[in-house]
Design a protein around this ligand. Structure first.
Ligand SMILES: [Mg+2]
Length: 404
């Protein structure tokens, strides 16, 4: 079997997606996700102009060799653009392998260790009462693990506080330029422990709660927050530090027993190594679509296993349902799965990319169809042309740039 064509499909059914379709001479094809939020066309061009010519004529069965060829053979390697392109190809090749074998990808990864993947959703509100209300609604939907965010008094609304709806849709600023948010650590650090004190006092201890810092704190601030959240027993504190601050996780670790999840901005196994092997985190939450696909992630998971680190793969709305399916195939196969971030995709996304995971009673499930179980409807994709969009940016009150 040989690869005869690589199609790159850019579409915007509510937000932008870059999809890869790899076609073989035997008519079998595979689909992958190569979406990099806010820099989509950089990946699409990389795939179309640089990577597709390297794939024509190759045997699609040789996934590992193709991964090594694209990663090591480039000389200038790694980084979000190249790793996202690589992930798109990798997912499509796993999809082909599954279809050729007549097996779902989870079976090729060793088979099921569990039936479904415990999911977590996003809840938010303008004040504590609204967050509580949102969490209660999620609990009624069946969620057992819930992320809680709240608007910070005195600051205009910040990203992540729109809950489930925001997680599934893109935001467009004026003239399709990034929206600017104002961020101050002081009010944030005063508010978040009070939010969880409120939620625990109203909701009890059973529901698992977590909070996403979005990499916005410096090391000592993150240590303080982790310590002040200790009495409320979070499932984890998500991405407390910038990805560049790996050694500073020692400070957070020494300060508190609040479990730490890190890594949605890591793009390689090598970035994960020190935080796993030094046991500075409890959950590794790489994004399959930005860290080399299934081939990259399964190595990260395997290294994490003996260190007692569980997985919590990134699962945002800007990753296509193909990535969400790949997440769940991994989740139900690996022994050290922890939790899976998820969104409910709008109807038009499901029209373009059918077959993503389904949610039932707190967990996510994939079908037993061969491959990843997802597809790309190219005709539907054409109805939704690319539309430039960016994530918001954050500035301090004095106007200076802050981490996203
Ligand atoms: Mg996050």
């Amino acid at each position: 079997m040989r690869i005869t064509d690589v199609r790159v499909i850019v579409t915007c059914p509510g937000r932008n997606y870059v999809l890869v379709k790899i076609i073989t001479d035997e008519g079998v094809y595979g689909v992958g996700d190569a979406t990099l939020n806010g820099r989509e066309l950089a990946v699409a061009e990389t795939l179309d102009k640089h990577i597709a010519p390297l794939l024509i004529g190759r045997d699609p069965d040789r996934i590992e060799d193709t991964w090594q060829y694209l990663y090591r053979g480039a000389y200038w390697r790694g980084g979000p653009v190249l790793m996202t392109a690589l992930a798109g190809v990798d997912m499509a090749l796993w999809d082909i392998k599954g279809k050729v074998c007549g097996k779902p990808v989870y079976s090729l990864l060793g088979g099921k260790t569990r039936e479904g993947a415990l999911g977590y959703t996003h809840c938010a509100g303008r004040d504590f009462a609204e967050v509580e209300d949102s969490v209660r609604q999620a609990m009624a939907q069946g969620f057992k693990v819930i992320r809680a965010q709240v608007s910070i008094p005195g600051l205009p609304s910040t990203y992540g506080q729109g809950g489930q709806k925001e997680a599934a849709l893109a935001t467009w600023g004026e003239a399709s330029l990034p929206m600017v948010e104002v961020w101050e650590p002081g009010p944030y650090l005063r508010t978040i422990p009070r939010l969880f004190e409120h939620l625990r006092s109203r909701l009890g201890d059973e529901v698992e709660l977590l909070h996403d810092v979005h990499e916005r704190l410096n090391p000592v601030q993150a240590a303080r927050l982790a310590r002040e959240l200790e009495p409320f027993h979070l499932f984890f504190l998500e991405d407390p530090l910038r990805p560049e601050h790996q050694p500073s996780l020692r400070l957070v670790r020494q300060a508190a027993t609040t479990p730490i999840a890190m890594g949605e901005l890591y793009t390689s196994l090598w970035e994960c190594l020190p935080v796993i092997t030094e046991q500075l985190i409890d959950f590794i939450r790489c994004d399959l679509v930005h860290s080399g696909g299934i081939t990259g992630a399964r190595k990260i998971a395997a290294i994490a296993e003996p260190y007692g680190v569980q997985t919590a793969w990134h699962g945002p709305g800007d990753a296509a349902p193909i990535t969400h399916a790949a997440n769940v195939h991994m989740d139900i196969a690996i022994p050290n799965f922890g939790v899976q971030e998820m969104v409910f995709f709008p109807e038009q996304v499901q029209e373009v990319i059918p077959g993503g995971p389904t949610f039932r009673d707190g967990s996510l499930y994939v079908s037993d169809a061969p491959g990843l179980g997802t597809d790309v409807n190219e005709e539907a994709a054409r109805k939704y042309p690319y539309r430039r969009a960016y994530l918001p940016i954050a500035r301090r009150q004095d106007g200076s740039m802050h981490d996203w």
